[in-house]
Design a protein around this ligand. Structure first.
Ligand SMILES: Nc1ncnc2c1ncn2[C@@H]1O[C@H](COP(=O)(O)OP(=O)(O)OP(=O)(O)O)[C@@H](O)[C@H]1O
Length: 217
């Protein structure tokens, strides 16, 4: 297995009885779809796995290496969390795409504008967006730009939180085309939260159901 998490225990909000324990695994080239009702803790699980949020127990392994052996920044260069609401900075699209390479997160590789533009084209984003102010992007454009930024970082695992929620059918198809091709590279896998069962075209999909009172396994 490329990526496994064992007995990850986390609490939702502040109320009692909102503790979740989840375990799962995803093989190279595969996608693990995390399912559960609204508020079940799907986004929180992805954020915990990306070490953006703490948990009270459990262990995570990427290519056999425990998360305990890596600082959070190094971990997050290998597991990229794509938020439900894409976090873009003030500045142009180009500046947003180049940003991770100014910090340690993306230091292992250099910003490749040609690759970025090619990915944008594959995702049906016009070249005119390159110099556009990111604050003026539509929800669907912003989601795809954030996806491009994640791909450029070259993580091993993509943690995708409703990545197609703001996309129309054509853009959705393009998104899954790019994701499928990305998954064929070595040492890659994805976890996906999606409400609209639109991942059916993906080849190797397994499921993890989570929610209060459910042991996610
Ligand atoms: N920072 C926070 N403070 C307080 N409560 C929180 C916080 N983050 C999440 N929660 C609560 O934890 C629960 C799970 O949230 P989460 O976003 O993980 O659910 P989800 O399964 O992804 O839901 P949805 O399908 O609606 O996106 C929700 O009830 C939410 O209100």
């Amino acid at each position: 297995m490329l990526f496994t998490f064992q007995n990850i225990t986390y609490t939702l909000g502040t109320g009692p009885g909102r503790q979740i324990t989840a375990s799962g695994a995803v093989a190279e080239g595969s996608v693990l779809v995390v399912r559960g009702p609204s508020g079940a803790g799907k986004s929180t699980l992805l954020r915990v796995l990306a070490r953006l949020q703490s948990c009270s127990g459990g262990e995570v392994f990427l290519q056999g290496e425990s998360w305990r052996h890596l600082p959070a920044t190094a971990w997050r260069a290998r597991l990229h969390y794509l938020a439900q609401k894409p976090a873009l900075f003030d500045g142009t699209v180009a500046e947003n795409l180049a940003k991770p390479f100014e910090t340690r997160q993306g230091s292992k590789n250099k910003f490749d504008p040609d690759r970025a533009k090619a990915l944008m084209q594959e995702l049906l984003l016009g070249a005119n967006l390159w110099e556009q102010d990111s604050r003026t992007l539509s929800g669907g454009e912003a989601a795809r730009i954030a996806f491009v930024r994640g791909l450029l970082i070259q993580p091993h695992v993509m943690l995708l939180d409703e990545p197609t929620a703001a996309l129309d059918d054509q853009a959705r198809e393009a998104f899954y085309g790019v994701l499928s091709r990305w998954l064929t590279g070595p040492g890659r896998a994805a976890l996906l939260v999606s409400h609209n069962n639109d991942y059916k075209g993906l080849d190797r999909v397994s499921f993890l159901d989570i929610g209060p009172g459910q042991r996610g396994e």
